[in-house]
Design a protein around this ligand. Structure first.
Ligand SMILES: Nc1ncnc2c1ncn2[C@@H]1O[C@H](COP(=O)(O)OP(=O)(O)OP(=O)(O)O)[C@@H](O)[C@H]1O
Ligand SMILES: [Mg+2]
Length: 278
């Protein structure tokens, strides 16, 4: 299996304090990894180490085999692994949506016909075809964040790292952005690294990594991770709302599975119980 991203015993410090310590991490091509951890646990630092905004104090980070501390590789690394940040307003650079999305590929010096194709593909992938000529500042937060994602997509990256992309969005914007992220992963095979504080978003990933005190505390599937509620609480986190609800129903005597992490699973189980009663 091809590892697109690899951390090899990475330690990082701002000044004398280690923010990340001895991190080993491998992300396979096509994988969807969610990264969790309480505030200040080092998640954003980890993201910035992937595309060379930061370089390790010791150890190595590789993106498709390229060493992020090799400055000659930085442009290629950033083409391979694109970043989306929390605040959509800070990521918009142009006054028309299509120009904003074309910005990065134009800087690559691609020819205009190729740029046109990439911009149209990216706009379609995020579902904003109707807004191609709009002014970004008139869009909702969720739409702006999808413009930012499209801008990264136009670089045709193999991996996208998203650092709390839904934190500033309303529920509708959040669900549309998450829909886009899931589709890019499932349909286009783009490797996703999603940093989030929303447990229900992490439940959609193939794997969850939890940072605590600068170390990897947990690295497992969402079902395994969320079925240990006590451990999540001890890490300063929680389980998805649907898991919390299911555990409550179990305490009240309903025969449900404690590793229920998707709303559809609970609905199915309840409907099955109803059928069996009838
Ligand atoms: N530029 C900096 N200089 C010094 N310390 C920093 C800097 N950036 C972050 N830190 C510290 O490093 C630690 C990890 O920060 P980081 O931003 O990676 O955490 P995080 O997990 O992303 O937090 P949050 O959930 O709040 O986004 C924190 O203690 C933070 O205060
Ligand atoms: Mg952060």
């Amino acid at each position: 299996m091809n590892n697109l991203i690899r951390f090899d015993n990475v330690t990082f410090s701002y000044g004398s304090r280690n923010v990340l310590e001895n991190i080993d991490l491998e992300v396979r091509e096509g994988e969807f990894l969610a990264v969790l951890g309480y505030n200040g646990s080092g998640k954003s630092t980890l993201a910035k180490l992937i595309n060379g905004i930061l370089v390790p104090t010791s150890g190595k980070v590789y993106v498709d085999g390229m060493d992020t501390s090799d400055e000659n590789m930085l442009a290629e690394i950033r083409k391979t692994a694109g970043m989306v940040f929390q605040n959509p307003d800070n990521q918009i650079v142009a006054t028309i949506v299509e120009e904003d999305i074309a910005f990065a590929p134009e800087n690559l010096g691609l020819d205009p016909a190729e740029i046109r194709v990439r911009v149209d593909d990216a706009i379609k992938a995020v579902g904003l075809e109707k807004h191609i000529k709009d002014a970004p500042h008139k869009l909702s937060g969720g739409q702006k964040q999808r413009v930012a994602i499209a801008g990264v997509l136009a670089m045709q990256p193999r991996c996208i790292i998203l650092d709390e992309p839904t934190a500033m969005l309303d529920p509708k914007g959040r669900s549309l952005v998450m829909g886009v992220i899931e589709r890019l992963n499932r349909e286009k095979g783009i490797t996703i690294i999603l940093i989030t504080h929303f447990m229900e978003e992490a439940a959609l990933a193939d794997r969850i990594m939890i940072l605590s005190d600068g170390r990897v505390a947990v690295n497992d599937t969402p079902k395994k991770v969320f079925s240990d509620r006590d451990r999540m609480i001890s890490l300063g986190l929680e389980v998805p709302p649907v898991t919390e609800l299911t555990l409550n129903l179990i305490r009240n005597g309903l025969p449900l599975e404690k590793d229920t992490i998707h709303p559809e699973e609970l609905i199915d189980s309840l409907l099955k119980m109803k059928e069996e009663e009838a």
